[in-house]
Design a protein around this ligand. Structure first.
Ligand code: SF4
Ligand code: SF4
Length: 220
């Protein structure tokens, strides 16, 4: 469900000025007396805090469970392969499945279903949550760990962080999304009840703007 007074600043194209506009909008609203929550949802490279000259604080680590198959216990039944929702496990009957970590959501379904208890779970840190304040602006963000590929999981954790915040403290919410039209952008758009689309007057800018306009969250 959309949050009251939440405006997403988005746009398919990177480098069009989206973060500049989001941060300046937050600063302008703050200057005229509003209490602003700025959500830096550019999970691959959140840098709004630099624009604001803000010291960001670490607010939590994003950790997922990752499976490890004990080959001495596995009989290659492939129950784990069958249940894995992201095809992070693949294999042939009778063989120990191969594990493709970048596709793993850390859902634990494979460990739960394994009839031979051959799957142990470890933990892996894939990102960090941050917060900070500058005048009447509070900022929250989440940053993916360099080399990680699971941006949607980072975005999911940022959404959970956002939902824990008491919105009564704020008059306006500005959400600075990632560029593109992939899952992290859609997760950020779901938090907003308005969207401001930033683009540039070039064929690429028009192409990427048209792509974001097809988002089901903007069409709804
Ligand atoms: S469910 Fe367990 S025993 Fe079966 S293939 Fe997977 S790890 Fe091996
Ligand atoms: S934890 Fe979930 S996503 Fe990861 S390999 Fe197991 S079933 Fe697949």
């Amino acid at each position: 469900m959309a949050e009251l007074n939440a405006v997403a600043v988005t746009g398919g194209k990177g480098g069009a000025g989206k973060s500049t506009i989001a941060v300046n909008l937050a600063a302008l609203l703050s200057d005229i007396g509003y209490r602003v929550l700025l959500v830096d949802a550019d999970v691959d490279n959140p840098n709004d805090y630099i624009y604001l000259g803000m010291e960001r604080r670490e607010a939590g680590r994003i950790v997922i469970r990752t499976p490890a198959i004990d080959q001495s216990l596995c009989d290659g039944c492939l129950e784990c392969v069958r249940i894995c929702p992201t095809h992070a496990l693949l294999g042939k009957k009778g063989n120990v499945p191969l594990f493709f970590e970048d596709s793993c959501l850390g859902c634990s379904l494979c460990a739960e279903i394994c009839p031979r208890k051959a799957i142990k779970e470890g933990k892996k840190e894939i990102g960090t949550l941050y917060d900070g304040e500058s005048g009447k602006i509070k900022m929250i963000s989440a940053a993916i760990r360099p080399g990680e590929a699971r941006s949607p999981l980072i975005a999911h954790n940022l959404v959970r962080f956002f939902r824990q915040i008491d919105k009564n403290q704020f008059d306006k919410i500005i959400i600075d999304t990632c560029p593109g039209v992939a899952n992290p952008v859609m997760q950020a758009l779901r938090l907003a009840d308005h969207a401001l689309i930033v683009t540039e007057p070039t064929p690429l800018g028009r192409h990427d703007m048209e792509a974001i306009l097809k988002s089901p969250h903007l069409l709804a």
